[in-house]
Structure formats: C-alpha cells, structure tokens
Design a protein around this ligand. Structure first.
Ligand SMILES: Nc1ncnc2c1ncn2[C@@H]1O[C@H](COP(=O)(O)OP(=O)(O)OP(=O)(O)O)[C@@H](O)[C@H]1O
Ligand SMILES: [Mg+2]
Length: 149
C-alpha cells in the first residue's frame, strides 16, 4: 500500500488508523531517514490504540510505554543503539508482553530480534510532504491491514 502524506496531520491520521486495528502482539517497524515522520506516526498509532499518556518504560531504557485500556504500546527508538548491544536490551521480554504492541524506530539496529510476521512502514521525504509504503509480512499483520478503518 502506497500513500501520500501531505502534512503532519496526515501522518498522524495514518498512525491513528493503524492503531485502531492493532492487536496485542503486533510489531510495527518504522523505516525512514532522520525527520521522515516516524515519531509523529508512532504518536498517532498510540492514540488510535486508545492510549493516553506517554511514560518511560519501567524496564527498558530506549522505550516509552503508552498505557491503554485495550492495549499498551511500547514505542522504541533504537537510533542510539550500538551494534551488538541488542542482546542486552531485554527485547524478548517486551515482545512477549501479552497486552502490548511494539512500534520501533530504527529497527535495523536489532535486525534479528523481530518476529517474521510484522508490519513494515517506510516513510520518505517528498517535500513539502512525505510518502508512505506499508506492507505486511505474515498472516497476523495482513489481518491488521485488511481490518484498517
Ligand atoms: N506528512 C508530513 N508532511 C510534512 N511534515 C511532516 C509530515 N509528517 C511529519 N512531519 C514533520 O516532520 C518532522 C520530523 O518528524 P518526526 O520527528 O516524526 O521524524 P522522525 O522520523 O521520528 O525523525 P528521527 O529520525 O529524528 O527520529 C516533524 O516536524 C513533523 O511535524
Ligand atoms: Mg523519531
């Protein structure tokens, strides 16, 4: 699925749509250069998932936790993660959270950690807006795409 996002508002709106369809256990990887809109999207996603405030994760230094009634969203930004450090992160624990979904900026820093079945969003600069390409890599994530509001 390819989309044009003309403004920050549209990036948020795409996040809200996906957040609404998100299920516990879902993993969303966000690709794109500096400033492409990954954090903006993740905020929309948390909002769509019904989450309110953002708190620092109690167990994970590079993550923030958005708590929701239906679902918690773990928001990771691995930009500052150094090669080989991903083993020390406790990612497995976070990915196993039965009431959480995980959205990740700079996921390639922990490339081998992610489940095979995930959503991948690639954001790119297309001044003055952005483009987005969204794909599912397995049945659970395909289901999420099929149920987008
Ligand atoms: N569709 C859009 N059109 C124009 N500007 C946008 C769009 N989406 C987001 N922005 C703006 O782009 C800027 C960077 O956004 P954001 O911080 O979300 O990027 P990022 O990918 O998280 O960056 P980083 O790699 O530094 O973490 C913000 O000022 C945001 O408002
Ligand atoms: Mg960011």
């Amino acid at each position: 699925m390819r989309l044009k996002l003309a403004s920050e508002k549209e990036t948020i709106a795409l996040g809200v749509r996906i957040g609404k369809a998100l299920k516990p256990g879902a993993v969303v990887l966000l690709h794109g250069e500096l400033g492409a809109g990954k954090t903006t999207f993740a905020r929309g996603l948390a909002r769509g998932a019904g989450c309110r405030g953002r708190v620092s994760s109690p167990t994970f230094a590079l993550a923030h936790l958005y708590r929701g009634k239906r679902l918690d969203v773990h928001h990771l930004d691995l930009y500052r993660l150094k090669a080989g450090e991903d083993g020390e992160l406790g990612l497995d624990e976070l990915l196993a959270d039965p009431r959480g979904a995980v959205v990740v900026e700079w996921p390639d820093a922990a490339r081998s950690s992610w489940p095979k079945d995930r959503l991948e969003l690639t954001l790119a600069h297309a001044p003055p807006g952005r483009t987005a390409a969204l794909k599912a890599t397995g049945p659970a994530s395909r289901k999420i795409l099929e149920s987008l509001p």
